[in-house]
Design a binder for this molecule. Structure first.
Ligand code: GCU
Length: 351
């Protein structure tokens, strides 16, 4: 209960800072032709713009629930000028494509995992490293702190027209396999483990003991089923909602990293909102962030229960060998002073 309240407070605080920055920071939103069909926030329901948001999760996932509710609230708050249609299950494309589509303006918004942004600006790596945070509260407080993130989150605006609104947690990620429990890196020797598509994740999987196989999220179920990969790693929520437990029923708590998802919007679309609508949009994001954080814990427990009922086994293990192997590669993963400085700021914030 208390934990949920803290999470909500943190998420709300972070989004409020963004709101203040946007309103007070000389933003020029509304000066261009609005994407809402030329309206300027006049409050009419007709001619409003339904922004399309690309998501690779199912409708049961907290991200879908929080974003869908935000869309409905935004419609009301802007008198029908703006709303959000969430397209789940990769229907607008896998994350790498969705990122490109947001950049070129054909899709308005998306949720993308950290590695996707790392491919555009490697400094994002620092925001998702093993061993920094003990829990989600710490992660959200640090990653959503504007003192730490504001430069990084704006870094893709000029070159890619991508504005980062904020972070949704991915929770702790752990390893699951089709062949049995994993207790030490040696148990993954010679096994193919699916990772997200970056060098950082290849290095992480290698340190975990496996043979890294980069693959898009949506291909993983069949990859596990067909034996293209023997293992994967993710949080319990995705493990359940993607039905991976059906083909990889052994989930071992390696708890090797707390992952970060980013909610992004095309910069021109954001700037085409009137000041009033933009304020409502950012307030709505604060609420969505709080709702997501609040839903996470219960969704995780529900996922464990459902996957267990479906035949999965969750193994509590001593994860020290995994932690040590990952700590050893962190210095190699940070490849410039900027990344090191961001990493150090997060470590300091985590306390
Ligand atoms: C999590 C995360 C997704 C990501 C996925 C993956 O489910 O929320 O954004 O795509 O992991 O491993 O690819």
């Amino acid at each position: 209960m208390r934990r949920t309240t803290t999470l909500k407070a943190i998420a709300g605080l972070a989004a409020t800072s963004l709101l203040l920055a946007a309103c007070g920071g000389g933003g020029d939103g509304g000066s261009e032709t609005t994407a809402a069909g030329g309206g300027d926030g006049g409050g009419e329901a007709s001619g409003g713009k339904a922004m399309r948001l690309a998501l690779n999760q199912t409708e049961e996932h907290p991200s879908y629930i929080a974003l869908d509710n935000w869309g409905t609230a935004l419609d009301e708050a802007t008198g029908g000028n703006w709303s959000i249609d969430v397209f789940p299950n990769e229907t607008l494309g896998a994350q790498a494509e969705a990122l490109q589509l947001v950049s070129d303006g054909s899709v308005d918004m998306a949720v993308v995992s950290s590695p996707q942004l790392e491919n555009l600006n490697p400094d994002f790596k620092a925001f998702e490293m093993p061993g920094v945070f003990d829990n989600i509260d710490e992660q959200l407080a640090a990653l959503n702190d504007p003192e730490i993130n504001s430069e990084l989150f704006a870094s893709l605006e000029a070159s890619q027209k991508i504005t980062v609104l904020g972070v949704f947690t991915q929770g702790q990620r752990s390893v699951y396999t089709s062949f049995g429990e994993v207790q030490t890196p040696a148990d993954l020797a010679g096994k193919k483990i699916r990772v997200q598509e970056t060098d950082k994740w290849v290095a992480i999987a290698t340190a975990l003991g496996g043979s890294a196989t980069p693959m898009a999220f949506g291909e993983l179920y069949t990859g596990l089923q067909a034996g293209v990969v023997d293992a994967a790693e993710n949080n319990e929520v995705s493990y359940w909602t993607q039905k991976h437990y059906e083909v990889a029923p052994y989930y071992s708590y390696t708890s090797h990293i707390i992952g970060a998802d980013y909610v992004i919007i095309n910069t021109d679309v954001l700037n085409s909102m009137s000041e009033e609508d933009k304020a409502a949009f950012l307030e709505g994001f604060a609420d969505a962030s709080a709702e997501h954080a609040g839903l996470w814990e219960a969704s995780t427990q529900d996922a464990i229960d459902q996957a267990t009922a479906g035949g999965a086994t969750f193994y509590e293990i001593d994860n020290t060998p995994f932690k040590e192997a990952l700590a050893a590669i962190v210095p190699d993963l940070l490849d410039n002073e900027n990344q090191q400085a961001l990493y150090d700021a997060l470590v300091a914030a985590a306390g």
